[in-house]
Design a protein around this ligand. Structure first.
Ligand SMILES: CC(=O)SCCNC(=O)CCNC(=O)[C@H](O)C(C)(C)COP(=O)(O)OP(=O)(O)OC[C@H]1O[C@@H](n2cnc3c(N)ncnc32)[C@H](O)[C@@H]1OP(=O)(O)O
Length: 433
């Protein structure tokens, strides 16, 4: 891989500084400037911290030895991030913040170039993120690559019968990393790789570092939003865990009586019977009137269990965004859902080594993928942002073309390429990084 051609420099008078654990108070201070909140920095300092320090950068004045930071960003090392039919090293961009007094001077632009350059150096052909605001990242070549569904169901919402559900036992416990970390990890990974009969769910990132694990499981009262401490519902069959839901209940009392709410942070099941066993119990908790389940894939089993397919309120949100950093490496690393032989003219304003026409050849679902630069005419032309949108198989090239985001030069190629770049399992990440 080659270095980015146009790394943008920081505004005059500013410099990048590598961050260490000693910078934690300054990082938290900047973060609370960027993301206003009510929890004092001193209390945040006592909480587990998710960043990997040697992948984290700050921005300071050139003549300031330490003191306040003006910008920060970091990345998580997702060494095995699921993409269609494979895993790829992905750099999860995170904790991006710029002090309000320093905004719109180009600090983020320089931080992104630094990040992309770090990805290139580390051999991470793809970067992914959750976007705070959708208007920010497209200009840097990130494309929205997946959706998730948040659903609110009334207590007792009717579910279809599923054979085998009654054979599950359930336990409800205080959720802790010590007691449940290994179980949750095992079931979470298994659900990702078993999806689609073993095709795997793209985007299904696992919490790969000890820092991410500790942060995921920490449950400080300040983050509970009036709810109880974190609980876990585990459903088991023949003594083996088959699904879990991490949740908290929130008491609400109105004149008419109890109207409590159940907030499910992550619900994962290995098959339809386990999903039924899980959801039927969540929908039957005393004193609760509704159940909010967040960050489900658009093809999730829980949604398919409802008798009334219009039951509840559903909200679709953008989930992970993808930035292809190294086009040939990224395209060769995934598999394709149909035989394909297509030429793509890719534009990338930040990483010139990606710009050009690429021929992609693959057989359906096979690992033997060929990607090479070509002088042949392009069938389709697109920005690297749209390539990122299509990369996990969740956004059809046909739809992007209809929106004018893919330029179709060879009409017959569009449908074939779209079928190949798609994937039978909807991409999603079940937690925000
Ligand atoms: C992966 C994550 O961590 S997501 C979290 C992102 N962080 C936040 O949302 C916290 C609050 N916001 C901030 O900290 C800052 O405003 C940031 C990080 C979003 C932007 O930082 P800045 O240093 O102001 O960005 P910068 O000056 O480099 O702007 C680059 C371009 O993006 C545009 N831009 C930046 N932020 C936004 C935004 N929120 N909405 C729309 N456009 C934006 C700028 O207008 C500029 O456009 P131009 O190139 O046409 O002039």
């Amino acid at each position: 891989m080659t270095s980015p051609s146009f790394p943008r420099a920081l505004p005059t008078g500013l410099r990048f500084v590598p961050l260490t654990a000693d910078d934690k108070p300054a990082v938290l201070d900047l973060d609370t400037w960027a993301f206003p909140g009510t929890v004092p920095v001193a209390e945040l300092e006592a909480m587990p911290f998710p960043l990997t320090w040697d992948r984290s950068w700050g921005v300071r004045g050139e003549d300031v030895e330490d003191g306040p930071l003006l910008g920060i960003h970091g990345s998580y090392p997702f060494g095995a991030f699921p993409v269609p039919g494979a895993t790829v090293p992905v750099s999860g961009l995170t904790w991006v913040g710029v002090h309000p007094q320093a905004r719109r001077r180009g600090i983020l632009s320089a931080m992104i170039d630094r990040h992309l350059s770090d990805c290139v150096e580390r051999g991470e052909p793809v970067s992914a993120l959750f976007a705070a605001e959708p208007a920010i990242y497209g200009r840097f070549g990130y494309g929205s690559a997946a959706d998730d569904i948040k659903v609110t169901l009334a207590r007792g919402a009717a579910l279809r019968d599923v054979p085998g559900s009654a054979e599950h036992t359930a336990r409800i416990e205080h959720a802790t990393q010590d007691a449940h970390g290994a179980l949750v990890d095992t079931v979470h990974r298994a659900a990702g790789s078993a999806a689609g009969g073993g095709l795997g769910r793209p985007g299904w990132a696992t919490r790969q570092t000890p820092e991410l694990q500790a942060s995921f499981w920490s449950d400080p009262p300040q983050w509970r939003n009036g709810g109880e401490s974190l609980r876990i519902l585990v459903v088991e069959r023949d003594g083996q865990p088959r699904g879990y839901a991490l949740f908290r209940r929130k008491s609400v009392w109105e004149d008419a009586g109890p109207r409590g709410t159940v907030h499910v942070r992550e619900a994962v099941a290995l098959d339809a019977a386990a999903a039924h066993a899980l959801l039927s119990r969540l929908l039957d908790l005393d004193l609760m009137a509704s159940v909010h389940v967040g960050m489900l894939p658009t093809d999730d089993a829980l949604l398919g269990l409802l008798v009334d397919t219009r039951a509840g309120e559903r909200r679709v949100s953008d989930n992970v965004w993808v930035r292809v950093v190294d086009v040939p490496a990224a395209l060769a690393a995934r598999r394709y859902a149909a035989d394909v032989d297509v030429t793509l003219a890719v534009r990338d304003e930040r990483l010139a080594s990606n710009t050009g026409t690429w021929r992609v050849r693959a057989r359906a679902f096979e690992a033997d993928v060929h990607v090479e630069r070509t002088q042949a005419p392009a069938d389709l032309a697109l920005d690297v942002r749209e390539l990122g949108s299509a990369y996990l198989g969740g956004r059809a090239l046909t739809g992007l073309a209809q929106a004018g985001l893919v330029d179709v030069r060879e009409a017959a190629a569009l449908g074939r390429a779209s079928a190949a770049f798609g994937w039978p399992v909807a991409p999603v990440c079940s937690w925000v990084f």
